[in-house]
Design a binder for this molecule. Structure first.
Ligand SMILES: Nc1ncnc2c1ncn2[C@@H]1O[C@H](COP(=O)(O)OP(=O)(O)OP(=O)(O)O)[C@@H](O)[C@H]1O
Length: 467
């Protein structure tokens, strides 16, 4: 990437020497001999970075900085000084300078400042690009909503996207798209261009939770080598979405409640109260009311989160969405897997419309991806899907109820594993069961952990890399 600089320096010899060096470093350099000339040039030449001498006749570097920030608040400005004071540096920072560096013949400090500035600009562009892609991906008009259940749900999502401070609790079975809907709300609201930070509660080790969430000051605990911002601070201006909020340890629930109520927090080991402007959302597939009754979840936090509760419907309750969703996943998988698959055949459609999808949208997405992988033609047929899917088909008369009359078929929920005495250990057996249940759960660790009767965190700890 080529970066454009505007160098403003009143001493001609310094200006020319610096411009030459900077050009050698690969920058495209435009120069100005005074603040007035710089302001005039800025109207035509749009630099990425403005390098300003602090001391100049008439308009000083600080004067130019103040004016530039009014018209181009995002332009990065580096101030150069041969004899600047701390007062000048403080003033420059207040006015929004990116850096304040010493002017030296070898330009060492300036080179470092420019390296930091270009790194910052690169990251900023990546984030903008990504945010643009995310905004497009989660656009409301792209949301599949053919079934009445989803249409009713969509109107609630629209309202919540408009009200960007309302706390939302997303409930629903695993894989229904709770996080997905959280992102839809974020990317269609006023906070879309700010971060949407997701906190996966089950996967954060208990002892690191507080510092992950609130950040820490240097030396606040063993291993805290420097100051670190937490996830809440990183989301400033945007949204924090807690996944599986029911897994948030009780002591942290009290701290989170305080942040939601007061919109301020303290880093671990810090005394400063830091204000934060975030919208909170939380997703859960546990019944939080039950968790409250069992004393595992704070009632006050539950009421705080429960300002608006959205229940994402199970896929079997929105059957008209199955085929449009499958087609969307097919197109995406064919593109990423570089396969020639273009459409769903009639047999595949018939199978998918009858299947119960215990793993919901996630399972549909995984099934399509797997089928596309194994398909060499242009059309996906029922034969490209696992044979045991037919074991979970709903009866035609009642497609939302469980399978009936299954006595003649093998039990689809049973995991049968053989054990070779003397050749295998108990731990091998455990691994096989975990792998099998994970596969049956479509790779969904939360669902697999639920089937195994352990927490997802325990599952992560027990799981060995699959051979
Ligand atoms: N409406 C949708 N359109 C397209 N993709 C979707 C939709 N809903 C969910 N998905 C996809 O399905 C998968 C599961 O969604 P998500 O992780 O949001 O589910 P969840 O309900 O939060 O799951 P869990 O309870 O396991 O945390 C993701 O890959 C997501 O992108």
């Amino acid at each position: 990437m080529t970066w454009h600089l505007l160098l403003v320096e009143d001493e001609e010899s310094v200006r020319e020497a610096f411009a030459l060096r900077l050009t050698d470093h690969g920058y495209v350099v435009q120069t100005a001999g005074s603040g007035e000339e710089a302001l005039a040039l800025l109207r035509a030449f749009e630099p990425d970075i403005l390098v300003l001498d602090l001391v100049m006749p008439n308009l000083s570097g600080l004067d130019v900085l103040a004016r530039v920030k009014q018209t181009s608040p995002n332009l990065l400005v580096i101030l150069l000084t041969a004899r600047g004071t701390v007062k000048d540096a403080v003033e420059a920072t207040k006015l929004g300078a990116f850096d304040f560096v010493a002017k030296s013949i070898d330009m060492e400090d300036l080179n470092h400042a420019l390296a930091r500035a270009t790194e910052f600009l690169t990251l900023q562009r990546q984030v903008r690009l990504q945010t643009g892609q995310e905004t497009e991906r989660y656009a409301l008009d792209r949301l599949v909503a053919k079934s009445p259940a989803t249409q009713a749900f969509l109107s609630q999502i629209r309202e919540l996207a408009k009200n960007d401070r309302v706390t939302v609790l997303l409930q629903g079975e695993t894989g229904t798209g709770k996080q997905y809907m959280g992102r839809v709300i974020h990317f269609n609201g006023a906070r879309a261009h700010k971060p949407c930070v997701e906190v996966d509660c089950p996967s954060i080790p208990r002892d690191l939770f507080e510092s992950e969430l609130f950040g820490h000051e240097k030396g606040s605990f063993t291993g805290a080598a420097g100051r670190k911002s937490g996830l809440i601070e990183m989301a400033d201006g945007g949204t924090v979405l807690f996944d599986e909020i029911g897994d948030l340890p009780l002591p942290l629930q009290a701290k989170l409640l305080r942040v939601i109520e007061e919109r301020t927090f303290r880093r671990v080991g810090g005394s400063a109260i830091i204000p934060v402007d975030v919208r909170f959302m939380a997703a859960t597939n546990r019944n939080l009311r039950d968790a409250v009754a069992k004393g595992e979840f704070r009632e006050d936090l539950y009421f705080r989160l429960n300002v608006v509760t959205l229940t994402v419907p199970a896929l079997r309750e929105r059957r008209d969405d199955v085929i449009p969703l499958a087609e969307q996943f097919l197109a995406r998988s064919a593109l990423t897997l570089r396969k020639p698959v273009r459409s769903l055949g009639e047999s595949a459609k018939a199978l998918l419309t009858q299947y119960r999808f215990p793993g919901n949208v996630r399972e549909l997405s995984n099934l399509i991806e797997r089928a596309v992988l194994f398909c060499s033609g242009e059309t996906l047929e029922a034969s490209h899907f696992p044979a045991d899917l037919s074991g979970h088909l709903a009866p035609a008369a009642d497609r939302t109820s469980a399978v009936s009359g299954s006595e003649a078929r093998p039990d689809p929920d049973a995991v049968t594993i053989s054990f070779r005495v003397g050749e295998q250990s108990l731990s091998d057996l455990e691994d096989r069961i975990i792998i099998e249940v994970l596969q049956r759960s479509g790779g969904n660790k939360t669902l697999a952990a639920k089937h195994l009767g352990i927490t997802r965190w325990m599952l992560d700890r027990r799981r060995k890399p699959q051979k």
